[in-house]
Design a protein. Structure first.
Length: 270
């Protein structure tokens, strides 16, 4: 996988296909594999670029100058500059949307269209913020994600009815168990605190173009429920597409529906 040096650290990314550029932003604790079905489908007619978050996949540790979601947006723009990419169609899921919307507001001339999936630009609700910060402190204390913590963390990402013995569920669980101590302490935990301690950015949504923006959400998304997606779609004035039979990682739980929705949207906007 290619790499760019951004803020003195190696940022790995997928770059596949040709045509108008589709930039895919993945969820916290995942990597480019979260988008595997979309990379396969979209790269038939688009150039698909997928940067991996700091400390995730093959990317290096989080740079010292990363303090906010705006910094993640700035670093992604630096990647686009490195690649000589002038305009993108940005699809951000979870934290991918949390930096994707700021990127679109920071550099509107660089974003042709925007899809916000299973994400929320408001502050983290207090109850879940406290829960996530406690989980991060527990990981920090031991330098590992224990089985007990995995039993709490892994189900958050999926619809309640998923088979816990399925390859999707078990592969994700294994990937978290295998995260090395250095990566957890220097990237995963601080990045988690940055994400879940984020400021409320809802007021900026009204500045997005409703004609080139789409909100999507799994019907069974637990951490980012459809009510949040509806709130954002209303603030933007854009359409909301609910993804059936899908939790937070809707791109993997209902990939055919997601692919069709994205291809339809991109056909009209890319």
């Amino acid at each position: 996988m290619p790499v760019a040096i951004i803020d003195d650290q190696p940022l790995h990314y997928v770059d596949q296909g040709s045509g108008p550029v589709v930039l895919l932003g993945h969820s916290y604790l995942w990597d480019q594999q979260m988008w595997a079905p979309q990379i396969a489908a979209l790269s038939q007619q688009y150039r698909v670029i997928v940067p991996e978050l700091w400390g995730h996949g093959e990317s290096g540790p989080m740079p010292a100058q990363t303090h906010s979601l705006d910094d993640l947006a700035r670093q992604t723009l630096a990647l686009l500059d490195h690649l000589g990419v002038a305009k993108v169609n940005l699809v951000g899921l979870s934290v991918g949307g949390m930096w994707g919307a700021p990127l679109a507001l920071l550099a509107p001339e660089r974003v042709n269209s925007l899809v916000l999936m299973d994400t929320y630009l408001g502050a983290e609700p207090e109850a879940t913020r406290e829960k996530y910060f406690a989980l991060l402190s527990a990981i920090e204390a031991t330098g590992a994600i224990s089985d007990a913590l995995l039993d709490i963390i892994v189900p958050i990402f999926f619809r309640p009815g998923i088979d816990p013995d399925s390859a999707l569920y078990q592969d994700f669980r294994q990937s978290l168990r295998a995260l090395p101590r250095d990566r957890l302490l220097h990237s995963i935990v601080p990045l988690g605190r940055l994400i879940f301690g984020r400021d409320d950015a809802l007021e900026g949504l009204s500045r997005l173009d409703p004609n080139t923006t789409l909100v999507m959400c799994g019907t069974d998304d637990q951490p980012r429920p459809p009510a949040e997606a509806q709130e954002m779609a209303d603030l933007i004035g854009c359409d909301l597409v609910l993804i059936p039979d899908a939790g937070h990682i809707s791109s993997r739980e209902n990939p055919d529906f997601v692919n069709e929705a994205l291809l339809t949207f991109l056909a009209n906007h890319a």
